[in-house]
Design a protein around this ligand. Structure first.
Ligand code: DGL
Length: 278
C-alpha cells in the first residue's frame, strides 16, 4: 500500500457515508476498531493514530487534552458522525472536558470497561492496569466505585508496556518478564478480574493469560465500547452505505500496517500521513 502525505478530505464524506471517527496515540486504538468492525461490519471508520506524539501515558492532563482536541477537530472536519476516544489516557484526562465541545457524540473507553469489570468480578477484588496518567488520574477507581462501592480496586501503572507493544514484542521473553513484575503483586492480592485499562494491552492478551492463567477474568473495554457505539448509532438517522477503513497517522510508523493486518486482521483501505498541531 502506498503511504501518501494528505491534506485533503478522506473519501469526500457526505451525511450518508459519514465515518465513525476513532483515535489513539498509536496502534492501541486499533483493538477498538477491530471490535467496531465486528459489531458494525458495514460502517466507514476513519482512524487517527497520533504516532508523532505517542506515548500519551506519561504526559500531563493539559497536553493530552490539547492533543485530543486537535485530533477531534480533524475528525469533525473530515465529517465524523461520532468520535470514539480509543485511548484510556485521553478518556481519563480529556473526555470530561471535551465531550460537550462537539456537536457529535464523543464516547471514551473508560466507562464501558468499568461496567464490564463490575459485572465480571465474583470476589469483589478488581485489578486495573494502565498508563501512568490513567492510573494517576484515579478515573478507573472512581468509575468502578460509583457502580459498586463494595468492591476493592488495585491499580498499577505499567509504563513499560506501550513501548514494547509499539515495537511489536507481543511474544517475547522481555515482555513476559516486565509483565510478571507488574502482575505478580496484583495476583498475590487476590484479584479475580483484571481491567486492561489501555487500548494497547489487548495485543498482549496471550502473554497476560500465561501469567494470570484461568484465575483471572480479563476485561478489555474495546468490545463494550463498540456495543455502546452501536447503541448510539441505532438511535441516529445516518445511513450506512459502504464499509471502509481509512487511516491517518501523524508520522510514519514502521510496524503499524504489519500489526494492523497480521495481529488484528484488519483490512485497511487507505493509509496517509497528516500532521496535526504544531
Ligand atoms: N493506548 C493508550 C491508552 O489506552 C495510550 C498509550 C500511550 O500512548 O501511552 O491509554
Amino acid at each position: 500500500m502506498n503511504i501518501r502525505n494528505s491534506t485533503s478530505n478522506i473519501g469526500n464524506p457526505t451525511p450518508f457515508n459519514a465515518p465513525i471517527g476513532v483515535f489513539d496515540s498509536g496502534i492501541g486504538g486499533l483493538t477498538v476498531v477491530a471490535e467496531l468492525r465486528r459489531a458494525l461490519p458495514d460502517e466507514r471508520i476513519l482512524y487517527v493514530g497520533d504516532t508523532a506524539r505517542v506515548p500519551y501515558g506519561g504526559k500531563s492532563a493539559g497536553t493530552v487534552t490539547r492533543y485530543s482536541r486537535e485530533i477531534s477537530d480533524l475528525l469533525v472536519t473530515e465529517g465524523a458522525k461520532l468520535i470514539v476516544v480509543a485511548c484510556n489516557t485521553a478518556s481519563a484526562l480529556a473526555v470530561p472536558e471535551l465531550a460537550s465541545s462537539y456537536n457529535v457524540p464523543m464516547i471514551g473507553v473508560l466507562e464501558p470497561g468499568a461496567v464490564a469489570a463490575v459485572k465480571a468480578t465474583r470476589s469483589g477484588k478488581i485489578g486495573v492496569i494502565g498508563t501512568r496518567a490513567t492510573i494517576g488520574s484515579g478515573a478507573y477507581s472512581r468509575a468502578i466505585y460509583s457502580l459498586n462501592p463494595g468492591v476493592s480496586v488495585t491499580a498499577t501503572a505499567c509504563p513499560l508496556l506501550v513501548p514494547l507493544i509499539e515495537e511489536g514484542l507481543f511474544d517475547d521473553e522481555i515482555t513476559d518478564l516486565v509483565l510478571s513484575r507488574y502482575l505478580e503483586p496484583m495476583l498475590k492480592s487476590g484479584i479475580d478480574t483484571l481491567v486492561l485499562g489501555c487500548t494497547h494491552y489487548p495485543l498482549l492478551k496471550n502473554a497476560i493469560l500465561k501469567i494470570c492463567g484461568d484465575r483471572v477474568t480479563l476485561v478489555d473495554s474495546a468490545e463494550n465500547c463498540a456495543l455502546a457505539v452501536k447503541a448510539i448509532l441505532a438511535r441516529s438517522e445516518h445511513a450506512v452505505v459502504e464499509p471502509h477503513l481509512d487511516i491517518l497517522l501523524t508520522d510514519s510508523s514502521e510496524g503499524f500496517l504489519r500489526i494492523a493486518e497480521k495481529s488484528l486482521d484488519l483490512k485497511i483501505d487507505s493509509l496517509a500521513i497528516r500532521s496535526v498541531g504544531n
